[in-house]
Design a protein around this ligand. Structure first.
Ligand code: ADP
Ligand code: ZN
Ligand code: MG
Length: 491
């Protein structure tokens, strides 16, 4: 009785049955600051020709002295507050993480080991272990077989590292966490966090063990350049390990890479005996003690740091739900903080009602974004167009036309009413003008009036159509119909 296809799918899901997957993420994000982490070089590694945003400090010339970037420190503290972590307020320090590699010119990376700026906190229900600050490495460009070029523009760019506890259960959940972190970083202005540009990089630690057993051996998966890759690679890795275990095999502790083309993870390197980075506090960098810093500059007090946080993504979602926006609309806005800011300004300028908010969301997400983006449209422009619609002065089609014109810069993108008037899009609702139209139609269309009085509904539609023609499309059809019904006196 069983179809072949059914058996095949059963087999697949059976692989992970009786096993439990555990995932912990390590996520790096390049922070959006004007200058690099320990020098004055500009922090925009991709905008400049290779090896031009460099100086003796980030090239690690002897005798140079790193000076920590306050903006970067501030970003990490604000991220920590947003996720409810505890800040290393009394004391934090930078450490040297020693290893030898061409992308790390000093022979060590300045990072944080024992005193990360943030410990604990959670995001999307996932417990966070720590968030610390470090510097990025140079970018290795593998030109062709056997040739690797190095671009030091990226060396010394401020980098956040966030480590979660091993509490995530699936690839889907891991991708959702990473996505939420991206939204948070953008909302805080801490990072552009574009995965495809390497501004945000996700590494996944994946293990599988029988239900109820202690955690299994973990495999670290790298090369995850998109949310889709995060989800797929973890899902694949869970299946691979479960299958191995169910066949009596053992999972090797190793690093694997995601092969985007074949959609499999492939071994990169076996874990040699745990790396010994010989961490020690960097003697060149002063210790961080925030009470003293806040005393000199109150903008560094916890209260002011907290007050500097914008509305957070989950708070925004809740506010949008109260407007009555659909889940899709809420996500589309929250995922794009600059679009959400635009929406908020439009709603504020519209008089702030739930109905206006829903209309603005509809037109913004469907017609404006659908037409290719905001372009020259201003928040006041869409607010006014929607208001004209609510006053029955614009039809829905009229709103779309006006938005199109505003996008192209007519009325400076904000003067919806004058643009609508200029293009004869305003509907006539005004009683006197409508009455004149109705009178002309009724005088001319005796036969349709008789039919209407005899109970033929279609005759009214015909009369409304005649009125619309008479007004050359500018009449408000609802008002026109009401006035027609009122004006016809049947015997
Ligand atoms: P290591 O010392 O090997 O770097 P850590 O304990 O520092 O390991 O953890 C690094 C990351 O791996 C963290 O995100 C953590 O949540 C995750 N992790 C640790 N153990 C496991 C495990 N058994 N399965 C899955 N993830 C794990
Ligand atoms: Zn520099
Ligand atoms: Mg570790």
């Amino acid at each position: 009785m069983h179809g072949k296809g059914l058996c095949a799918t059963m087999e697949l899901t059976d692989t992970t049955m009786g096993f439990r997957a555990t995932i912990g993420l390590e996520i790096h994000a390049e922070l959006a600051t004007r200058s690099k982490m320990f020098c004055r070089c500009p922090n925009n590694p991709d905008a400049l020709p290779p090896n031009t945003a460099v100086c003796p400090i980030c090239l690690a010339h002897p005798g140079t002295l790193p000076v920590p970037n306050k903006e970067a420190v501030r970003h990490i503290l604000r991220i920590g507050l947003a996720v409810g972590g505890s800040l290393a307020w009394e004391y934090s320090e930078f450490d040297r993480k020693n290893y030898f590699y061409p992308d790390i010119p000093k022979g060590y990376q300045i990072s944080q080991f024992a005193y990360p700026l943030v410990q604990g906190g959670s995001l999307r229900g996932v417990a966070i272990r720590r968030i610390h600050l470090e510097e990025d490495t140079a970018r290795s460009v593998h030109e062709k077989e056997g040739v690797t070029l190095l671009d030091y523009n990226r060396a010394g760019v401020p980098l956040m590292e966030l480590v979660t506890e091993p509490v995530i259960r699936s690839g889907e959940e891991a991708a959702a966490f990473a996505r939420e972190l991206q939204i948070l970083l953008r909302t805080l202005g801490a990072s552009h966090a574009q995965m495809e540009k390497g501004e945000m990089r996700v590494e996944a630690n994946v293990s599988v063990a029988p239900e109820g057993a202690p955690l299994g051996t973990k495999v670290e998966v790298k090369n995850l350049n998109s949310f889709r890759a995060v989800e797929k690679a973890i899902t694949y890795e869970i299946e691979r390990q479960a299958k191995l275990l169910s066949e009596g095999g053992v999972v090797q502790q190793e690093t694997r890479g995601w092969d985007e083309v074949r959609e499999i993870t492939v071994p990169q390197r076996r874990k040699e005996a745990a790396h010994d980075y010989r961490y020690f506090p960097d003697p060149d960098i002063p210790k961080l003690r925030f009470p003293g810093i806040a005393k000199e500059d109150p903008s560094w007090s916890i209260e002011q740091l907290r007050a500097s946080l914008p509305e957070l993504p989950w708070e925004r979602r809740e506010r949008y739900a109260a407007f009555g926006l659909s889940e899709d609309q809420r996500e589309a806005l929250v995922a794009d903080p600059s679009l959400a800011d635009f929406f908020d300004r439009a709603v504020a300028s519209s008089g702030d009602t739930n109905e206006a908010a829903r209309l603005i969301a509809n037109y913004l997400l469907t017609d404006v974004i659908g037409a290719g983006g905001i372009a020259q449209l201003k928040p006041e422009g869409i607010a006014e167009a929607v208001q004209l619609y609510q006053e029955s002065l614009l039809s829905s089609r009229g709103v779309k036309e006006v938005l199109g014109l505003l996008r192209q810069g007519e009325g400076e993108g904000r003067e919806a009413r004058s643009v609508a008037e200029h293009h004869n899009l305003i509907q006539v609702s005004e009683e006197g003008a409508l009455q004149a139209i109705v009178d002309r139609v009724l005088a001319r269309e005796q036969k349709a009036v008789e039919e209407y009085c005899a109970g033929k509904e279609a005759a009214m539609q015909y009369l409304v159509g005649q009125g619309m023609r008479e007004s050359r499309g500018s009449a408000n059809p609802k008002a026109l119909r009401a006035l027609l019904e009122e004006s016809i006196k049947c015997k």
